[in-house]
Every structure is written in structure tokens, then in C-alpha cells.
Design a protein around this ligand. Structure first.
Ligand code: FES
Length: 230
């Protein structure tokens, strides 16, 4: 076990744990957008910033070292985390946060009191709805890479990639064409991990022709897989 302190509270975490694990172990919530406990951490969204022995760092990618003093509650850290989320939201259209929308991003914004005030103009839509079971709304992509890591590391399909530069980076099928012509096996892992709703299952019947099997809602055992082995 590794012993460190979070906001003055001693905590023991397992070898290999991150500062995020330690912070959660003392019951403190941090916003996280590019992190999913099932995936290797990326540290790209900068919404989980803490101070470790005086140095500001992303908690999700920083190993918990013995004796580290972690602080989470200073106002400058709160401001930095809020700024990181606001910057992400500022590049998204208003539908990313419409009332009642359920996504990790929407929940994080509600928690932090971030509204649509700085949202980008609504667009007519930049969608790939070529696939019968997966729909991509590129305008809602924040390039967190969770879908890519899920597809690569968990599913082992390697169907997705991040393409573009800077603020224009979005997820895309690795084959370069429409989703329907990619290597996607429709496991649903990308839909399950997407924190914004950029990748979703289409509504009932949309995109389905009579030549294709109708989607069926099933109980599964693994939480993300759409095979339905349960
Ligand atoms: Fe830690 Fe994104 S959740 S940097």
C-alpha cells in the first residue's frame, strides 16, 4: 500500500494507484472528462487538476507516490478546473447542454454551474449516420479519446482514430470513410464511454432497412458490450 495525504487526510491506496484514486478514496469528487476507470488514463482534458507537493498536475495520470501531500480545494485549483471545462464547452453547440440532456459533460457542467453562455453557435449538424447502430455527431466530440481507447484496448477492434488538428480534432473511423464502411463491429463500447453524447445509438428504426436485423434491447453482463450474451 502507498500512504499519502489528501487535503490533510491520510489515505492508503494500492500500488499503481493514481492521485485520482487517492482523492476519491477520501470522498472528494473531481470533475473528469477524458477519464474512464476501465481505460488507460490520457490526461488530456485537464479537468481533474490538483496540487501535489506544490505542483499542479492532472490527478488521473499522476501516480500516487508515498508521502505526497495532495490538495484539491484551493480556489485557484477550482478556477483552473472550471476554466478547463468552460474551454471545452465553448467549442460545442448549445445542444451539448440542453435542458434534460444526460451526459457526463452535462452533469459536470451542472455541478460546476457552467451554462451555455459561452457556447459556440448552433450548427446544422455534422453527422455520420451511415451506420445502422452507431451515430456520430462530430460537433459534440471533445477529442477526449475515450472511444478510441475503448475500441483499441478493451474491444481490440482498432476501428477509430482521432483526426484533425487542435480544436478541430474529432473522432473518425480509422478507414477514413463513413462509419458504415469502417471496421466497427457495433459492440457499443464507444457509445457507452462517450462523455458528451457525440456517439450514440440511433433512435428506434432510424437507419434500419427491412434488409437489416432490427435492433433489440437486451441485458448484458459486461456493461458495454452489445453482443447480449446474458
Ligand atoms: Fe484527468 Fe482528463 S480526467 S485530465
Amino acid at each position: 500500500m502507498t500512504r499519502l495525504r489528501v487535503d490533510g487526510v491520510p489515505v492508503d491506496v494500492c500500488e499503481g494507484a493514481s492521485l485520482l484514486d487517492a482523492v476519491r478514496a477520501v470522498g472528494t469528487e473531481l470533475p473528469t472528462l477524458c477519464h474512464d476507470d476501465r481505460l488507460r488514463p490520457a490526461g488530456s482534458c485537464r479537468t481533474c487538476l490538483v496540487r501535489a507537493d506544490g505542483r499542479v498536475t492532472a490527478a488521473c495520470v499522476t501516480p500516487a507516490a508515498p508521502g505526497t501531500n495532495v490538495t484539491t480545494a484551493q480556489q485557484d485549483l477550482r478556477d483552473l478546473r472550471r476554466d478547463a471545462v468552460e474551454l471545452i464547452v465553448s467549442a460545442l453547440p448549445p445542444r451539448a447542454l440542453t435542458a434534460g440532456r444526460r451526459s457526463e459533460l452535462a452533469e459536470t457542467c451542472r455541478t460546476l454551474g457552467i451554462t451555455l453562455g459561452k457556447a459556440a453557435p448552433e450548427t446544422s449538424g455534422n453527422r455520420d449516420d451511415s451506420h445502422p447502430y452507431i451515430e456520430l455527431d462530430r460537433d459534440l466530440c471533445i477529442a477526449c479519446g475515450r472511444c478510441v481507447r475503448m475500441c483499441d484496448d478493451v474491444q481490440g477492434t482498432f476501428a477509430l482514430t482521432l483526426t484533425g488538428r487542435g480544436a478541430d480534432t474529432v473522432v473518425a473511423p480509422g478507414t477514413g470513410g463513413p462509419w458504415a464502411q469502417s471496421d466497427c463491429v457495433a459492440c457499443g463500447g464507444c457509445v457507452d464511454t462517450c462523455p458528451t453524447g457525440a456517439i450514440t445509438h440511433p433512435g428506434p428504426g432510424r437507419g434500419i432497412t427491412t434488409a437489416q436485423p432490427q435492433p433489440e434491447q437486451v441485458r448484458t453482463t459486461c456493461g458495454y458490450c452489445g453482443v447480449g450474451c446474458a
